[in-house]
Design a protein around this ligand. Structure first.
Ligand code: FAD
Length: 412
Protein backbone atom coordinates (compact mmCIF):
# COMPACT_ATOMS: atom_id res chain seq x y z
CA UNK A 1 0.00 0.00 0.00
CA UNK A 2 1.24 3.54 -0.78
CA UNK A 3 2.53 5.76 2.01
CA UNK A 4 2.19 9.52 2.48
CA UNK A 5 4.62 11.64 4.48
CA UNK A 6 4.45 14.70 6.68
CA UNK A 7 6.82 16.61 8.93
CA UNK A 8 4.49 16.73 11.96
CA UNK A 9 1.36 14.62 12.49
CA UNK A 10 -1.13 15.83 15.07
CA UNK A 11 -3.34 12.92 16.11
CA UNK A 12 -6.69 14.07 17.50
CA UNK A 13 -8.79 16.97 16.24
CA UNK A 14 -10.35 18.06 19.55
CA UNK A 15 -9.74 21.67 20.60
CA UNK A 16 -6.19 20.93 21.80
CA UNK A 17 -5.24 19.15 18.56
CA UNK A 18 -6.70 21.86 16.32
CA UNK A 19 -5.05 24.67 18.30
CA UNK A 20 -1.72 22.81 18.28
CA UNK A 21 -1.94 22.45 14.48
CA UNK A 22 -2.85 26.14 14.06
CA UNK A 23 -0.02 27.33 16.32
CA UNK A 24 2.49 25.19 14.43
CA UNK A 25 1.18 26.50 11.10
CA UNK A 26 1.41 30.08 12.44
CA UNK A 27 5.08 29.33 13.14
CA UNK A 28 5.49 28.18 9.53
CA UNK A 29 5.38 24.41 9.94
CA UNK A 30 3.58 21.94 7.67
CA UNK A 31 1.22 19.76 9.67
CA UNK A 32 -1.17 16.87 9.04
CA UNK A 33 -4.11 16.75 11.43
CA UNK A 34 -5.57 13.26 11.79
CA UNK A 35 -8.96 12.66 13.40
CA UNK A 36 -11.57 9.98 13.14
CA UNK A 37 -14.43 12.49 13.51
CA UNK A 38 -15.29 14.65 10.51
CA UNK A 39 -18.47 16.44 11.56
CA UNK A 40 -19.01 19.52 13.70
CA UNK A 41 -20.77 18.79 16.99
CA UNK A 42 -24.35 20.12 17.02
CA UNK A 43 -24.96 23.30 19.00
CA UNK A 44 -27.41 22.85 21.90
CA UNK A 45 -30.25 25.33 22.08
CA UNK A 46 -29.98 28.00 23.45
CA UNK A 47 -26.50 27.26 24.88
CA UNK A 48 -24.17 24.28 24.58
CA UNK A 49 -24.21 21.89 27.48
CA UNK A 50 -20.43 21.85 27.25
CA UNK A 51 -18.61 25.10 27.82
CA UNK A 52 -15.17 25.95 29.17
CA UNK A 53 -13.95 28.60 31.58
CA UNK A 54 -10.87 29.89 29.77
CA UNK A 55 -8.16 31.99 31.40
CA UNK A 56 -6.74 35.24 29.98
CA UNK A 57 -3.60 33.16 29.24
CA UNK A 58 -5.70 30.83 27.05
CA UNK A 59 -7.23 33.85 25.35
CA UNK A 60 -3.72 35.04 24.41
CA UNK A 61 -2.89 31.62 22.95
CA UNK A 62 -6.12 31.58 20.91
CA UNK A 63 -5.47 35.16 19.75
CA UNK A 64 -1.97 34.23 18.67
CA UNK A 65 -3.29 31.87 15.99
CA UNK A 66 -6.22 34.10 14.99
CA UNK A 67 -8.88 32.13 16.84
CA UNK A 68 -10.13 34.52 19.49
CA UNK A 69 -11.46 37.06 16.98
CA UNK A 70 -13.07 34.25 14.97
CA UNK A 71 -15.23 33.27 17.96
CA UNK A 72 -18.81 34.51 18.13
CA UNK A 73 -18.17 37.23 20.73
CA UNK A 74 -21.82 37.68 21.75
CA UNK A 75 -21.88 34.08 22.97
CA UNK A 76 -18.91 34.57 25.35
CA UNK A 77 -19.52 35.45 29.01
CA UNK A 78 -16.87 37.19 31.12
CA UNK A 79 -16.31 36.45 34.79
CA UNK A 80 -16.25 39.75 36.67
CA UNK A 81 -15.77 38.03 40.00
CA UNK A 82 -15.62 34.66 41.72
CA UNK A 83 -17.06 33.46 45.02
CA UNK A 84 -16.10 30.23 46.73
CA UNK A 85 -17.57 28.83 49.88
CA UNK A 86 -17.85 25.84 52.08
CA UNK A 87 -21.33 24.36 52.58
CA UNK A 88 -20.29 23.42 56.13
CA UNK A 89 -19.42 26.95 57.29
CA UNK A 90 -20.28 30.57 56.45
CA UNK A 91 -16.70 31.47 55.39
CA UNK A 92 -16.29 32.77 51.84
CA UNK A 93 -13.48 33.62 49.51
CA UNK A 94 -14.31 36.36 47.01
CA UNK A 95 -12.30 37.62 44.07
CA UNK A 96 -13.25 40.67 42.07
CA UNK A 97 -11.80 42.54 39.09
CA UNK A 98 -9.57 44.58 41.41
CA UNK A 99 -7.83 41.43 42.71
CA UNK A 100 -7.26 40.47 39.06
CA UNK A 101 -5.66 43.76 37.99
CA UNK A 102 -8.99 45.22 36.84
CA UNK A 103 -9.47 42.59 34.16
CA UNK A 104 -12.05 39.83 33.66
CA UNK A 105 -11.02 36.74 35.61
CA UNK A 106 -12.03 34.27 32.90
CA UNK A 107 -14.29 33.75 29.88
CA UNK A 108 -16.96 31.11 29.42
CA UNK A 109 -16.82 29.81 25.85
CA UNK A 110 -19.09 27.10 24.43
CA UNK A 111 -17.52 24.03 22.89
CA UNK A 112 -19.31 24.52 19.55
CA UNK A 113 -18.19 28.16 19.38
CA UNK A 114 -14.57 27.05 19.84
CA UNK A 115 -14.77 24.13 17.42
CA UNK A 116 -16.53 26.15 14.70
CA UNK A 117 -13.86 28.87 14.98
CA UNK A 118 -11.09 26.23 14.77
CA UNK A 119 -12.66 24.72 11.62
CA UNK A 120 -12.96 28.18 10.03
CA UNK A 121 -9.33 29.00 10.72
CA UNK A 122 -8.14 25.57 9.57
CA UNK A 123 -10.00 26.03 6.27
CA UNK A 124 -7.91 29.20 5.69
CA UNK A 125 -4.62 27.58 6.70
CA UNK A 126 -2.82 26.02 3.72
CA UNK A 127 -0.07 24.57 5.95
CA UNK A 128 -2.49 22.19 7.72
CA UNK A 129 -3.84 19.16 5.83
CA UNK A 130 -6.83 17.39 7.35
CA UNK A 131 -6.98 13.63 7.25
CA UNK A 132 -10.23 11.97 8.32
CA UNK A 133 -8.88 8.71 9.70
CA UNK A 134 -8.43 6.74 12.86
CA UNK A 135 -4.94 5.79 13.97
CA UNK A 136 -5.08 2.03 14.53
CA UNK A 137 -1.42 1.32 15.18
CA UNK A 138 2.09 2.74 14.92
CA UNK A 139 5.54 1.51 13.93
CA UNK A 140 8.52 3.53 15.10
CA UNK A 141 11.90 3.48 13.40
CA UNK A 142 15.06 5.53 13.82
CA UNK A 143 13.87 7.91 11.05
CA UNK A 144 10.16 8.37 11.62
CA UNK A 145 6.90 7.05 12.99
CA UNK A 146 4.51 5.24 10.69
CA UNK A 147 0.82 5.68 11.52
CA UNK A 148 -1.44 2.84 10.37
CA UNK A 149 -4.80 4.25 9.30
CA UNK A 150 -6.87 1.20 8.37
CA UNK A 151 -7.99 1.28 4.73
CA UNK A 152 -6.12 4.55 4.10
CA UNK A 153 -2.44 4.69 3.15
CA UNK A 154 -0.05 4.79 6.12
CA UNK A 155 1.28 8.20 7.13
CA UNK A 156 4.96 8.66 7.98
CA UNK A 157 5.92 11.59 10.21
CA UNK A 158 9.11 12.90 11.77
CA UNK A 159 7.16 13.91 14.86
CA UNK A 160 3.79 12.70 16.16
CA UNK A 161 1.79 14.70 18.69
CA UNK A 162 -0.85 12.74 20.57
CA UNK A 163 -3.80 15.07 21.20
CA UNK A 164 -6.22 12.14 21.28
CA UNK A 165 -7.90 12.80 24.60
CA UNK A 166 -8.20 11.19 28.02
CA UNK A 167 -8.21 7.57 26.81
CA UNK A 168 -5.42 8.31 24.33
CA UNK A 169 -4.95 5.24 22.12
CA UNK A 170 -1.63 6.78 20.98
CA UNK A 171 -0.33 6.85 24.57
CA UNK A 172 -1.02 3.12 24.81
CA UNK A 173 0.49 2.45 21.36
CA UNK A 174 3.66 4.32 22.41
CA UNK A 175 3.84 2.16 25.56
CA UNK A 176 3.59 5.15 27.93
CA UNK A 177 2.06 4.18 31.27
CA UNK A 178 -0.04 6.57 33.33
CA UNK A 179 -0.94 6.92 36.99
CA UNK A 180 -4.62 7.09 37.64
CA UNK A 181 -7.24 7.43 40.32
CA UNK A 182 -11.01 7.01 40.01
CA UNK A 183 -12.71 9.77 42.02
CA UNK A 184 -15.94 7.75 42.28
CA UNK A 185 -17.65 11.02 41.38
CA UNK A 186 -19.49 12.29 38.31
CA UNK A 187 -19.87 15.85 37.08
CA UNK A 188 -23.37 16.72 35.86
CA UNK A 189 -23.61 19.68 33.48
CA UNK A 190 -26.75 21.63 32.59
CA UNK A 191 -27.81 25.18 31.76
CA UNK A 192 -30.48 26.76 33.98
CA UNK A 193 -32.39 30.01 34.27
CA UNK A 194 -32.35 31.45 37.79
CA UNK A 195 -34.71 33.79 39.56
CA UNK A 196 -31.96 36.35 40.33
CA UNK A 197 -29.29 37.82 38.02
CA UNK A 198 -25.79 36.34 38.31
CA UNK A 199 -24.02 39.71 37.96
CA UNK A 200 -21.14 38.10 36.06
CA UNK A 201 -19.99 36.25 39.20
CA UNK A 202 -18.84 32.61 39.00
CA UNK A 203 -19.94 30.83 42.15
CA UNK A 204 -18.68 27.59 43.63
CA UNK A 205 -20.00 25.85 46.73
CA UNK A 206 -18.02 22.96 48.18
CA UNK A 207 -20.26 20.14 49.44
CA UNK A 208 -18.92 16.92 50.99
CA UNK A 209 -19.88 14.94 47.84
CA UNK A 210 -18.11 17.44 45.57
CA UNK A 211 -18.29 21.07 44.41
CA UNK A 212 -21.21 22.77 42.69
CA UNK A 213 -20.37 25.57 40.26
CA UNK A 214 -22.77 28.09 38.73
CA UNK A 215 -20.99 29.91 35.93
CA UNK A 216 -22.44 33.01 34.26
CA UNK A 217 -23.78 32.65 30.70
CA UNK A 218 -24.03 35.78 28.47
CA UNK A 219 -27.65 36.48 29.50
CA UNK A 220 -28.31 38.10 32.90
CA UNK A 221 -30.10 35.19 34.55
CA UNK A 222 -28.79 31.98 32.94
CA UNK A 223 -25.92 29.95 34.36
CA UNK A 224 -23.97 26.86 33.35
CA UNK A 225 -24.07 24.26 36.12
CA UNK A 226 -21.21 21.87 36.88
CA UNK A 227 -22.35 19.72 39.78
CA UNK A 228 -19.84 17.17 41.02
CA UNK A 229 -21.36 14.52 43.22
CA UNK A 230 -21.50 10.79 43.91
CA UNK A 231 -22.01 8.58 40.86
CA UNK A 232 -25.37 7.48 42.24
CA UNK A 233 -26.75 10.99 42.78
CA UNK A 234 -25.37 12.16 39.45
CA UNK A 235 -27.09 9.40 37.50
CA UNK A 236 -30.32 10.30 39.27
CA UNK A 237 -29.83 13.99 38.35
CA UNK A 238 -29.19 13.08 34.72
CA UNK A 239 -32.31 10.97 34.44
CA UNK A 240 -34.86 12.58 36.76
CA UNK A 241 -37.68 14.88 35.68
CA UNK A 242 -36.76 18.54 35.16
CA UNK A 243 -38.84 19.63 38.12
CA UNK A 244 -37.03 17.24 40.48
CA UNK A 245 -33.67 18.46 39.18
CA UNK A 246 -34.67 22.10 39.68
CA UNK A 247 -35.66 21.38 43.28
CA UNK A 248 -32.46 19.46 44.00
CA UNK A 249 -30.36 22.23 42.49
CA UNK A 250 -32.10 24.94 44.49
CA UNK A 251 -31.34 22.90 47.60
CA UNK A 252 -27.64 22.19 46.94
CA UNK A 253 -27.06 25.79 45.81
CA UNK A 254 -28.65 27.01 49.06
CA UNK A 255 -30.90 29.16 46.86
CA UNK A 256 -27.96 31.49 46.03
CA UNK A 257 -29.74 32.92 43.05
CA UNK A 258 -33.25 32.14 44.21
CA UNK A 259 -35.38 29.55 42.52
CA UNK A 260 -34.32 27.52 39.50
CA UNK A 261 -36.88 28.51 36.87
CA UNK A 262 -35.97 26.31 33.90
CA UNK A 263 -33.41 23.66 33.10
CA UNK A 264 -31.90 22.03 30.03
CA UNK A 265 -31.34 18.29 29.83
CA UNK A 266 -28.34 17.03 31.79
CA UNK A 267 -25.12 15.35 30.75
CA UNK A 268 -22.78 13.44 33.07
CA UNK A 269 -19.02 12.73 33.06
CA UNK A 270 -17.22 10.15 35.21
CA UNK A 271 -14.22 11.78 36.90
CA UNK A 272 -10.71 10.42 37.00
CA UNK A 273 -7.27 11.83 37.63
CA UNK A 274 -4.69 10.58 35.17
CA UNK A 275 -1.10 11.57 34.53
CA UNK A 276 1.18 10.06 31.91
CA UNK A 277 4.51 8.94 33.39
CA UNK A 278 6.28 10.51 30.41
CA UNK A 279 5.11 13.20 28.00
CA UNK A 280 7.57 12.17 25.29
CA UNK A 281 9.02 8.96 23.97
CA UNK A 282 11.18 8.74 20.85
CA UNK A 283 9.39 10.88 18.26
CA UNK A 284 6.05 11.01 20.02
CA UNK A 285 4.80 13.63 22.53
CA UNK A 286 1.51 13.81 24.42
CA UNK A 287 -0.42 17.08 24.56
CA UNK A 288 -3.63 17.96 26.48
CA UNK A 289 -5.85 15.33 28.08
CA UNK A 290 -3.76 12.51 26.59
CA UNK A 291 -1.01 13.63 29.01
CA UNK A 292 -3.13 14.68 32.02
CA UNK A 293 -6.75 14.54 33.16
CA UNK A 294 -7.51 16.88 36.08
CA UNK A 295 -10.55 17.21 38.33
CA UNK A 296 -12.83 19.88 36.78
CA UNK A 297 -13.31 21.77 40.07
CA UNK A 298 -10.88 24.50 39.02
CA UNK A 299 -11.93 24.46 35.33
CA UNK A 300 -8.30 24.00 34.23
CA UNK A 301 -8.12 20.91 31.97
CA UNK A 302 -8.39 22.67 28.63
CA UNK A 303 -6.37 25.65 29.89
CA UNK A 304 -3.49 23.28 30.70
CA UNK A 305 -3.90 21.62 27.30
CA UNK A 306 -3.63 25.01 25.56
CA UNK A 307 -0.47 25.79 27.54
CA UNK A 308 0.93 22.42 26.38
CA UNK A 309 -0.03 23.32 22.80
CA UNK A 310 1.77 26.67 23.08
CA UNK A 311 4.85 25.05 24.63
CA UNK A 312 5.19 22.32 21.98
CA UNK A 313 4.55 24.85 19.20
CA UNK A 314 7.34 27.02 20.58
CA UNK A 315 9.76 24.08 20.65
CA UNK A 316 8.90 22.71 17.21
CA UNK A 317 8.03 26.05 15.61
CA UNK A 318 11.34 27.64 16.49
CA UNK A 319 13.46 24.60 15.57
CA UNK A 320 15.36 24.33 12.30
CA UNK A 321 14.31 21.64 9.80
CA UNK A 322 17.58 19.84 10.58
CA UNK A 323 16.69 19.73 14.28
CA UNK A 324 13.30 18.24 13.43
CA UNK A 325 15.01 15.25 11.81
CA UNK A 326 15.92 14.11 15.32
CA UNK A 327 13.38 15.82 17.58
CA UNK A 328 13.96 13.80 20.77
CA UNK A 329 15.74 16.60 22.64
CA UNK A 330 13.04 19.14 21.63
CA UNK A 331 10.32 16.81 22.89
CA UNK A 332 12.21 16.18 26.12
CA UNK A 333 12.48 19.94 26.66
CA UNK A 334 8.74 20.29 26.10
CA UNK A 335 8.14 17.55 28.66
CA UNK A 336 10.37 19.29 31.23
CA UNK A 337 8.65 22.61 30.62
CA UNK A 338 5.13 21.30 31.15
CA UNK A 339 5.15 18.27 33.45
CA UNK A 340 5.88 20.10 36.73
CA UNK A 341 3.16 22.74 36.30
CA UNK A 342 0.58 20.14 35.27
CA UNK A 343 1.50 17.93 38.22
CA UNK A 344 1.05 20.91 40.57
CA UNK A 345 -2.48 21.51 39.23
CA UNK A 346 -3.34 17.79 39.43
CA UNK A 347 -2.20 17.80 43.07
CA UNK A 348 -3.95 21.04 44.10
CA UNK A 349 -7.32 20.03 42.61
CA UNK A 350 -6.99 16.58 44.11
CA UNK A 351 -6.20 17.95 47.59
CA UNK A 352 -9.04 20.49 47.47
CA UNK A 353 -11.49 17.76 46.51
CA UNK A 354 -10.32 15.62 49.45
CA UNK A 355 -10.17 18.50 51.94
CA UNK A 356 -13.77 19.61 51.34
CA UNK A 357 -15.03 16.03 51.52
CA UNK A 358 -13.98 15.84 55.20
CA UNK A 359 -16.82 16.21 57.72
CA UNK A 360 -14.89 16.28 61.03
CA UNK A 361 -15.52 19.43 63.10
CA UNK A 362 -11.79 20.38 63.55
CA UNK A 363 -11.22 20.14 59.78
CA UNK A 364 -14.31 22.26 59.10
CA UNK A 365 -12.98 24.80 61.62
CA UNK A 366 -9.59 24.89 59.88
CA UNK A 367 -11.23 25.33 56.47
CA UNK A 368 -13.30 28.19 57.83
CA UNK A 369 -10.20 29.88 59.26
CA UNK A 370 -8.22 29.25 56.08
CA UNK A 371 -10.87 30.72 53.76
CA UNK A 372 -11.37 33.75 56.03
CA UNK A 373 -7.61 34.43 56.26
CA UNK A 374 -7.03 34.15 52.53
CA UNK A 375 -10.03 36.39 51.89
CA UNK A 376 -8.48 39.16 54.00
CA UNK A 377 -4.90 38.78 52.77
CA UNK A 378 -4.85 40.82 49.57
CA UNK A 379 -1.32 39.93 48.30
CA UNK A 380 -1.99 36.19 48.69
CA UNK A 381 -5.34 36.61 46.98
CA UNK A 382 -3.67 38.38 44.05
CA UNK A 383 -1.14 35.53 43.78
CA UNK A 384 -3.83 32.86 43.85
CA UNK A 385 -5.97 34.55 41.24
CA UNK A 386 -2.95 35.22 39.02
CA UNK A 387 -2.20 31.47 39.12
CA UNK A 388 -5.79 30.56 38.33
CA UNK A 389 -5.82 33.07 35.44
CA UNK A 390 -2.70 31.55 33.86
CA UNK A 391 -0.62 34.68 34.56
CA UNK A 392 2.10 33.20 36.79
CA UNK A 393 4.62 30.41 36.56
CA UNK A 394 6.90 29.19 33.85
CA UNK A 395 4.58 29.96 30.94
CA UNK A 396 5.16 29.59 27.21
CA UNK A 397 6.01 32.97 25.63
CA UNK A 398 2.75 33.26 23.73
CA UNK A 399 0.68 32.77 26.88
CA UNK A 400 2.41 35.59 28.74
CA UNK A 401 0.93 39.02 29.20
CA UNK A 402 2.87 42.00 27.85
CA UNK A 403 5.51 42.55 25.17
CA UNK A 404 6.98 39.01 25.30
CA UNK A 405 3.75 37.80 23.67
CA UNK A 406 5.34 38.26 20.26
CA UNK A 407 4.93 36.08 17.16
CA UNK A 408 7.15 33.02 16.93
CA UNK A 409 10.05 33.50 14.55
CA UNK A 410 12.22 30.63 13.40
CA UNK A 411 15.95 30.83 14.34
CA UNK A 412 17.17 29.38 11.06
C1 FAD B 1 -17.49 18.41 33.48
C2 FAD B 1 -16.22 18.99 32.93
C3 FAD B 1 -16.06 20.37 32.92
C4 FAD B 1 -14.87 20.92 32.42
N1 FAD B 1 -14.73 22.27 32.44
C5 FAD B 1 -13.58 22.81 32.01
C6 FAD B 1 -13.39 24.22 32.07
O1 FAD B 1 -14.26 24.97 32.50
N2 FAD B 1 -12.20 24.73 31.64
C7 FAD B 1 -11.21 23.92 31.18
O2 FAD B 1 -10.13 24.43 30.83
N3 FAD B 1 -11.37 22.58 31.09
C8 FAD B 1 -12.53 22.00 31.50
N4 FAD B 1 -12.70 20.65 31.40
C9 FAD B 1 -11.63 19.81 30.79
C10 FAD B 1 -11.76 19.77 29.26
O3 FAD B 1 -13.05 19.28 28.91
C11 FAD B 1 -10.70 18.87 28.62
O4 FAD B 1 -9.45 19.14 29.21
C12 FAD B 1 -10.60 19.10 27.11
O5 FAD B 1 -11.86 18.94 26.51
C13 FAD B 1 -9.60 18.12 26.48
O6 FAD B 1 -9.46 18.39 25.12
P1 FAD B 1 -8.52 17.48 24.18
O7 FAD B 1 -8.54 18.14 22.83
O8 FAD B 1 -7.22 17.21 24.86
O9 FAD B 1 -9.27 16.07 24.10
P2 FAD B 1 -10.63 15.66 23.35
O10 FAD B 1 -11.57 16.79 23.30
O11 FAD B 1 -11.08 14.40 24.01
O12 FAD B 1 -10.19 15.35 21.85
C14 FAD B 1 -9.56 14.15 21.48
C15 FAD B 1 -9.74 13.95 19.98
O13 FAD B 1 -8.95 12.81 19.57
C16 FAD B 1 -9.65 12.06 18.60
N5 FAD B 1 -9.12 10.68 18.61
C17 FAD B 1 -9.11 9.82 19.65
N6 FAD B 1 -8.53 8.66 19.28
C18 FAD B 1 -8.13 8.81 18.00
C19 FAD B 1 -7.45 7.97 17.07
N7 FAD B 1 -7.05 6.70 17.38
N8 FAD B 1 -7.19 8.42 15.81
C20 FAD B 1 -7.57 9.67 15.47
N9 FAD B 1 -8.22 10.53 16.31
C21 FAD B 1 -8.49 10.09 17.56
C22 FAD B 1 -11.12 12.15 19.04
O14 FAD B 1 -12.01 11.94 17.95
C23 FAD B 1 -11.18 13.62 19.55
O15 FAD B 1 -11.58 14.51 18.53
C24 FAD B 1 -13.86 20.07 31.91
C25 FAD B 1 -14.03 18.67 31.91
C26 FAD B 1 -15.20 18.14 32.42
C27 FAD B 1 -15.38 16.64 32.43
Amino acid sequence: MSVSTTEIAVVGGGVVGMVTALLLATAGREVTLVDSLTHLPARDDPWDLRSFALTPGSRRILSHCGLWDTLEQTRIATFEGMEIWDAASPARLCFDRASAGDRPLAYLVEQSNLITACHRRLAQEARVSDLAAQVLGITTSTEDVRLHLGDRPDLRARVVLGCDGRDSPLRAMAGIASEEHDYQQRAVVANVRMQLPHGGIARQRFLPEGPLALLPLPTADEVAVVWTTTAEQAVWAEECRDEAFRDALAQVSDAWLGEVLTTSRRLGFPLVRRHARHYARDRIALVGDSAHVVHPLAGQGLNLGLLDAAAIAEELGLASSAALQFPQSLLARYSRARRGGNLAMLTVTDQLNRLFARREAPIIGLRRLGLACVDRWAPLKRRLIANAMGQRGDLPLIARAGPSNSPLTRKN
